[in-house]
Ligand binder design. Structure first.
Ligand code: G
Ligand code: G
Ligand code: MN
Ligand code: NA
Length: 249
C-alpha cells in the first residue's frame, strides 16, 4: 500500500523521519533520561503517529531498516547529552531477526555511543514465545552493557514468570495502572506490590503515563524513583528539550 511505499522512500532518502524525546525524571523532578519516540512527517499527510506506521513496518519487514535508523539516530544523539540515558523501543521482530546483536554492535562501533547509557525497551509480547534465541540475544546485549527494560509491565500474560526466565534490569509499570489511581484501591495496591517486587529482585522500577500532581505524589511516597508522563513533559523534538536538560548540555 501507499504507507509501505512512502515509508520505503523515507528510509531510502533519510527525509521525513525524526525522533522526539520524552523526559524521564527522578523523584526530585530532575531529568535522568529520555525515551526516543519515532515520528514521521509525511510529505502529503503531515505528521503520522507511530501507531499507524510501526504496524505497517512490522507487516512488511521495513521494521528492520526503520529500527536500525532509530537506533543509529539515538546513538548519535546520546553523545550530545552526556549524563542522560536514552531509551529505545524495540519491536519483537527486530530482536528475533538474524544478526540483530551484530547490527547493534556495528552501530555502536561506528557512532562511538556508550551502551551503558542506552536502555532497550521490550514488551512482554517479545517474551511470549519463550524462545532460546530471544533469551540469548537479550543476555548478550545485557552483557555488552545495555540496560534491558520490560515496557508496559502488567498488561501481558504471566508477567511474573518472565522476570524469572529473562534477565531484565528495569520494569516500566504500564500507564493504565497509573491512570486508574484514585478510582479504586486496586491500582494503588498493584503499583505498591510491583514496586516491592521489583525492588526485592534488584530491578529499577519506572512508572509511565504520570499526568497529575496527585499521581506523582502517590508514586513518590510509594518509593517509585523514576517517572515519565505528560505531567513532566510530552515527547519533544531535540531542539525543544533545552529547559529539561542539565545546564551544561
Ligand atoms: O508517542 P507515542 O505515540 O510515540 O508511541 C506510540 C507507540 O509507538 C508506543 O507503543 C511506542 O512504544 C511505539 N514506538 C514509538 N517509537 C518507536 C520506535 O522507534 N520503535 C518501535 N518499535 N516502536 C516505537
Ligand atoms: O508503549 P510506550 O510505553 O513506548 O508508549 C509511549 C507512548 O506513551 C507514546 O505514545 C507517548 O506519547 C505516550 N505517553 C507518554 N506519556 C503519556 C502520558 O502521560 N499519558 C498518556 N496517555 N500517554 C503518554
Ligand atoms: Mn516505551
Ligand atoms: Na509503555
Amino acid at each position: 500500500g501507499r504507507i509501505e511505499e512512502d515509508l520505503r522512500a523515507a528510509l531510502a532518502s533519510g527525509h521525513g523521519l525524526c525522533l522526539h524525546y520524552q523526559p524521564q525524571v527522578a523523584s526530585d523532578g530532575k531529568v535522568i533520561g529520555l525515551e526516543a519516540l519515532v515520528r514521521w512527517d509525511h510529505p502529503q499527510r503531515g505528521m503520522i503517529a507511530p501507531e499507524q506506521f510501526v504496524p505497517v513496518a512490522e507487516e512488511t519487514g521495513l521494521i528492520l531498516p526503520l529500527g536500525e535508523w532509530v537506533f543509529r539516530q539515538a546513538c548519535v544523539q546520546s553523545l550530545r547529552w552526556p549524563g542522560l540515558f536514552i531509551a529505545i523501543n524495540l519491536s519483537p521482530l527486530q530482536i528475533r531477526s538474524n544478526g540483530f546483536y551484530d547490527t547493534l554492535a556495528g552501530i555502536i562501533r561506528s557512532t562511538g555511543a556508550d551502551p551503558r547509557v542506552l536502555q532497550l525497551e521490550v514488551t512482554e509480547r517479545v517474551l511470549l514465545d519463550d524462545d532460546d534465541k530471544v533469551r540469548e540475544t537479550l543476555a548478550k546485549l545485557r552483557k555488552a552493557g545495555f540496560t534491558i527494560v520490560l515496557d508496559d509491565f502488567g498488561t501481558g500474560y504471566s508477567s511474573l514468570s518472565y522476570l524469572r526466565k529473562f534477565e531484565v534490569d528495569k520494569i516500566k509499570i504500564d500507564r493504565s495502572f497509573i491512570q486508574h489511581l484514585g478510582e479504586t484501591a486496586d491500582s494503588a495496591n498493584i503499583i505498591s506490590a510491583v514496586l516491592a517486587l521489583g525492588h526485592v529482585m534488584g530491578l529499577e522500577v519506572a512508572a509511565e503515563g504520570v499526568e497529575t500532581a496527585e499521581q506523582q505524589a502517590f508514586l513518590k511516597v510509594a518509593g517509585c524513583k523514576e517517572m515519565q508522563g505528560y505531567y513532566f513533559s510530552r515527547a519533544l523534538p531535540a531542539i525543544e528539550l533545552g529547559e529539561f536538560l542539565p545546564a551544561n548540555s
